[in-house]
Ligand binder design. Structure first.
Ligand code: TRP
Length: 334
């Protein structure tokens, strides 16, 4: 008999376009996990209501994030790819978990405090209980592994607390969810301006989006900061040069990287050529993803099928868990 696969769950925010940092930091891991685990990947549309109550753009954003993830290699046949709002069991579990979550601990959450600072006029209860909803997403499938970045570690710790509290109060239903990544491969993709990593909120011109057209990719790469080059053989690289090499390692052939490394070490490197090469390799990497994503985005029927199939898989798993939950809580009066 086939061994039952371990369960992986993660949520994707339907805000913004995917960039190269998302690709190497998250999506590529999902694509690898889909081969080894039972995966639930969800578009967190309900979470987005905590900060974006206006739903006009939601459909476009949900479609785009689905299309981009599929274009990157996520296979809706292999994983459950679904929308949070399509799985009503989430809301039920969220309600039960809210009784186990204390106001004090919720108020201490770093992301909550950030949001209060950013939007002091919209400090709603949904924002306060954001980590409770996230916990419901995860433990609804009794997931063990949650591929997320560093910024989600506190939410994961809270998810473990809420799951444990439930288990202690009502009986063992949930495994402890853990953050999971292919450790050594959690790559930070540096930004093109030599400062920090690629991110959607900081410098738009220093971030490469998977939706950028070829000329925009070239323009962004050619604008990356360089200098007049090393004067001593084998000098250490300044950060902004190191970053260009790091980006090159992600998308260029090994012999190309080696050639420019040795040019650098011999002080014969020409940064114009280096950036031209990087620009072309970026174009070759990004443009097929962009084209696939555009094609998928225009195929509403396909997207509907994906969401339906995903929701069905997610609901099957959710229903089984909720039976156990109601049983454990003593809510089975019939
Ligand atoms: N809070 C996550 C983020 O901001 C998104 C998310 C929602 C999530 N539900 C989740 C992540 C469940 C992991 C598991 O990126």
């Amino acid at each position: 008999m086939e061994k039952k696969k371990e369960i992986v769950m993660s949520g994707i925010r339907p805000t913004g376009f995917l960039h190269l940092g998302n690709y190497f930091g998250a999506v590529r891991n999902y694509v690898r996990m889909q081969e080894e685990f039972e995966c639930y990947f969800m578009v967190a549309d309900l979470h987005s209501l905590t900060t974006h109550p206006d739903t006009k753009e939601l459909k476009t954003n949900v479609h785009r994030v689905l299309a981009e993830n599929i274009a990157c290699g996520l296979d809706p046949e292999k994983v459950a790819l679904y929308c949070q709002s399509h799985v009503y069991e989430t809301s039920e579990l969220y309600l039960y978990l809210n009784m186990l979550a204390y106001k004090g601990e919720l108020e201490k959450t770093v992301t909550f405090k950030d949001k209060v600072r950013q939007h002091p006029d919209n400090v709603n209860a949904g924002l306060l209980t954001y980590p409770v909803l996230q916990t419901a997403d995860i433990i609804l499938h009794r997931a063990k592994y949650v591929p997320v970045g560093k910024d989600q570690e506190q939410h994961l710790e809270m998810a473990r607390n809420f799951a444990n509290r439930f288990n202690h109060r009502y009986g063992e239903v949930f495994p402890e969810p853990m953050a999971f990544n292919y450790g050594d491969e959690l790559i930070k993709v540096p930004s093109l301006d030599g400062a920090g990593k690629m991110s959607k909120s900081i410098n738009q011109y220093a971030t490469l989006y998977l939706s950028d057209d070829d000329n925009l990719i070239r323009k962004k790469v050619m604008k990356a900061k360089t200098d007049s080059g090393p004067t001593e053989p084998n000098s250490p690289k300044p950060d902004y040069i190191e970053n260009i090499f790091l980006l090159m390692k992600l998308v260029s052939a090994t012999d190309v990287v080696e050639k420019f490394e040795s040019d650098y070490n011999n002080c014969t490197v020409r940064y114009g050529d280096l950036k031209k090469q990087l620009a072309e390799d970026m174009v070759a990497f990004i443009s097929p993803i962009r084209e696939r994503a555009e094609h998928i985005r225009n195929d509403e029927k396909y997207l509907r099928d994906v969401m339906e199939k995903g929701a069905e898989k997610a609901r099957t798993s959710a229903k089984a868990t909720m039976e156990l939950v109601r049983q454990a809580m003593g809510l089975n009066y019939f």
